[in-house]
Structures are given as structure tokens and as C-alpha cells.
Design a protein around this ligand. Structure first.
Ligand SMILES: Nc1nc2c(c(=O)[nH]1)N[C@H]1C(S)=C(S)[C@@H](COP(=O)(O)OP(=O)(O)OC[C@H]3O[C@@H](n4cnc5c(N)ncnc54)[C@H](O)[C@@H]3O)O[C@H]1N2
Ligand code: MOO
Length: 392
């Protein structure tokens, strides 16, 4: 069995260079920027007032000044600025040439057309031209566009961006026991939840989930499901990955010519994970236990979907102090469902007593996956350990 790190590099190696498309800025939030954005102008384009007040010369600020006009946002003052004068100015308006300070109106006494400063200060209250960015400045590709990015690109006067196409991800759940939510299960049947949970993870990672009808535990049913999955950019199967008589994914995929990258990894939960390519399309075979499927979805599938959009993966392990004593770990890297509470220096992490990979209720309550390396020694309560935060 290969390690989790080795498996992750092999999974990421399945990603091709993403296809791109151009979208309007109003459609671009959350998309992966695929080409750098270059500012078409300088911002602010002029020295701008940062306060409502009066523009004047610093060296004349002790005297009485004559107000000769006004500069408002969108309506600059274009007249002269002779000595011992000031211009009424509003936030965002251009500071007329010749002046080097804006004094807030609260700090000025005005009588008719004359002002005197009542509370001197050295603050200029001017945003210099180019203070934010300059024409030609670039926002680099390879980032998932945030609200702030969208605002910045708009301010750069760029109305459209080149983004990676969202990968379409076929989700193929199978099992004779499964019926979709909303149906009344007959004897021996359960509700299919994995396909929907994995679809939600696909969406979170920027992909488009295509949930296929639940396949039966027969080779012909799986073959026809694979056939409908082939139009997608990634095929994710769930279940049927283990060694039972009805676990047919590996067999059918192999018969269809799957180029297997690996099958079975030193991970708990998630041992029967498989990965490879089917007719050039990346394929991941997730285990059927609901928590195993989700943990593998988070550790392998979501990074792959991000890589397919040209995004680098930032899996930050955070640190916490153990609230319990843990026994020595086995030969697989273990991801334990756990809760987090505030602690004096680091958060306190408490793994659930049950780590049954079928218990979705505990997965939904968990704040974190406590990551224990394979063969880790026993650890006392209070030891610093690493965890992956779960999305909330
Ligand atoms: N003899 C062995 N048995 C098992 C091994 C092993 O090494 N030797 N590995 C165990 C591990 S670890 C896992 S994980 C599971 C994975 O098995 P499969 O991927 O073949 O999954 P299934 O057998 O199809 O299902 C397992 C479990 O999950 C339920 N399930 C499946 N699909 C869904 C779905 N869409 N929604 C909700 N629940 C689903 C299914 O009913 C089973 O209860 O194998 C162990 N066995
Ligand atoms: O790996 Mo299985 O995924 O332990 O339940």
C-alpha cells in the first residue's frame, strides 16, 4: 500500500492543463483565474481628497485664506490657485494643482468667503495618484477569485476575465441496496447519501457535479454507467471498491482498459481508494463507507478538481492540543473525526470515541480531522497534534 502523500501526488498528476473560457466579471466570483489581469489605468487617477473640507497650501495654513471655488467628485476645480487661497473640496475629488493638504471642515471656521484653521494638524488627507495601483500592474493567474479580487479587477477597468472551465465530474454511485432520498426503502435497502455528499464537495471545489443514476451490482449496469460518464472531465465512482463478491468497480474498470495509477493506500478511513485514467479521462474510485468517501473526497478529489482548474492546493495543517490519550497508531495514516474548543494557547482537540466510517452523524458534528501519521506512538493528553479544519 502506498502512502497518502504518494497517492496525492499520483492523483494530482492525473490533471491536464485546464481549458479556459472568458466570463463577465459579474459571473467570475469563485472561478479560477487562468490568465493574469493587467490594470488598464492608474488608481486613483489623480491626487484625491480623503476627507470633506478645504484644499490649501501647508505653509499658508496659519493664515486666513480666501475660498475661491470648489472641487467635487466628478467636478474638478480647473481654475488657478493663487497664494492665500483655498478650495472647498469633497471626498474623492481631485486636489487642485498647487495645494498639498486637505483640512477637515470640522477643523475650520468659515466666515463668508474666508476660512481659518481652528485645530492644526499635520495630516495631508490626500490619496496620491497611483496609491492603490498603476496602469500595467498585474493580478497573477492561478487564484480562486474572491469578492475583493472582483472589485480590484473592476477598478482596473477590466470587464471580463479568462477563467478555467469548471470540470464536469461524473458521480457514479452503485449498490443493489441503494435508493434515492425521498423513496420508501424496502427490506434490506438504505438511502443513497454518498452521491449527494460527494456532489456537494465537487461544487465546493469549483466543479460541476453530474450525478448518474444509481448503478446495480452487475457488470452490465456498471458498464452502461461508465459509458454515460465518459463525456465528463473526471469520473468519480463510490462504493464497490473493496474485495467482496459484489465489489465490481476495479474489475469492470480494468476490463474497460483503465490505466491504474494505484489501488489501496495506507489511509484510515479510505484504504480501498483507486485512481487512474479511463480512455484518457481521470478516474477516482472512492470507498463506499460514507465517511471514507467524504474523507477521500476531501484529501484527494477536491485537490484534483482544483488542480484541473490550475489552482494550487493549500492544505494547511493546523495545531491543537489533545484532550485525550491516544493509543499507538497502526500502519495507515489516520484521519480521526474530532471537535475543537478554545484553549489557553492552542485549540483543544477531542476525537470522538467512535471512529466508525459509516457514521455520518459524527462526520456532520466534527469540526476537524485529527491527522495521525502511520505508526505514530501513543500520545498523552496535552500533546500538540495536527489537524485539518472541516468546512463549516
Ligand atoms: N474483507 C474485507 N472487507 C472489507 C475491507 C477489506 O479490506 N477486506 N475493507 C473495508 C473498508 S476499509 C471499506 S472502506 C469498505 C469499502 O467497501 P466498498 O468500497 O466496496 O463499498 P461498499 O461495499 O459498496 O459499501 C460499503 C458500505 O457503504 C454503504 N454505501 C455504499 N454506497 C453508498 C451510498 N451511495 N450511500 C450510502 N451508503 C453507501 C454500503 O451500503 C455499505 O454499508 O469495505 C470494507 N470491507
Ligand atoms: O477505509 Mo475503510 O475506508 O476504513 O472504512
Amino acid at each position: 500500500m502506498i502512502s497518502v502523500d504518494d497517492a496525492l501526488s499520483r492523483v494530482l498528476a492525473l490533471a491536464d492543463t485546464p481549458g479556459t473560457e472568458i466570463v463577465k466579471l459579474s459571473e467570475a466570483a469563485g472561478r479560477a483565474l487562468a490568465a493574469p489581469v493587467t490594470a488598464r489605468l492608474t488608481q486613483p487617477p489623480f491626487d484625491a481628497a480623503a476627507m470633506d473640507g478645504y484644499a490649501l497650501r501647508s505653509e499658508e495654513s496659519a493664515g486666513t485664506l480666501r475660498v475661491i471655488g470648489q472641487s467635487a467628485a466628478g467636478h474638478p476645480w480647473n481654475g488657478d490657485t493663487p497664494p492665500m487661497t483655498a478650495v472647498r473640496i469633497f471626498t474623492g475629488a481631485p486636489v487642485p494643482a498647487g495645494y498639498d493638504r486637505v483640512v477637515m471642515q470640522e477643523n475650520i471656521q468659515r466666515s463668508g468667503n474666508e476660512i481659518t484653521i481652528t485645530e492644526p494638524s499635520n495630516a495631508a488627507h490626500i490619496r496620491p495618484r497611483g496609491n492603490d495601483f498603476s496602469e500595467g500592474d498585474q493580478l497573477p493567474a492561478g487564484r480562486c477569485l474572491t469578492a475583493a479580487d472582483i472589485g480590484l479587477i473592476a477598478a482596473m477597468n477590466v470587464p471580463e476575465v479568462t477563467v478555467a472551465k469548471r470540470p464536469r465530474v461524473a458521480i457514479l454511485a452503485g449498490g443493489d441496496e441503494l435508493v434515492p432520498p425521498g423513496h420508501t426503502p424496502q427490506e434490506g435497502q438504505i438511502i443513497s447519501s454518498n452521491d449527494l455528499a460527494i456532489a456537494a464537495q465537487v461544487t465546493q471545489a469549483g466543479g460541476i457535479p453530474v450525478i448518474l443514476p444509481i448503478a446495480r451490482d452487475t457488470e452490465s449496469s456498471l458498464r452502461s454507467s461508465f459509458a454515460s460518464a465518459m463525456s465528463c472531465d473526471l469520473i468519480v465512482t463510490i462504493g464497490g471498491a473493496s474485495v467482496g463478491d459484489h465489489d465490481l468497480i476495479a474489475k469492470v474498470a480494468a476490463e474497460l482498459g483503465m490505466q491504474r495509477s494505484f489501488y489501496k493506500i495506507a489511509m484510515r478511513p479510505g484504504k480501498p481508494l483507486m485512481a487512474g485514467k479511463l480512455s484518457g479521462t481521470p478516474m477516482l474510485g472512492l470507498p463506499g463507507n460514507p465517511v471514507s468517501a467524504m474523507v477521500c473526497g476531501m484529501i484527494f478529489m477536491q485537490p484534483l478538481i482544483r488542480a484541473m482548474q490550475g489552482l494550487t492546493n493549500l492544505t494547511h495543517l493546523a495545531k491543537a492540543r489533545l484532550a485525550a490519550t491516544l493509543p499507538p497508531e497502526g500502519p495507515r495514516q489516520h484521519y480521526l473525526r474530532a471537535t475543537l474548543t478554545d484553549g489557553p494557547d492552542l485549540p483543544i482537540i477531542q476525537p470522538f470515541d467512535s471512529q466508525d466510517s459509516a457514521r455520518l452523524s459524527l462526520m456532520a458534528q466534527a469540526d476537524a480531522l485529527l491527522v495521525r501519521p502511520a505508526d505514530a506512538p501513543a500520545q498523552d493528553s496535552g500533546t500538540i497534534v495536527e489537524y485539518l479544519p472541516l468546512p463549516r
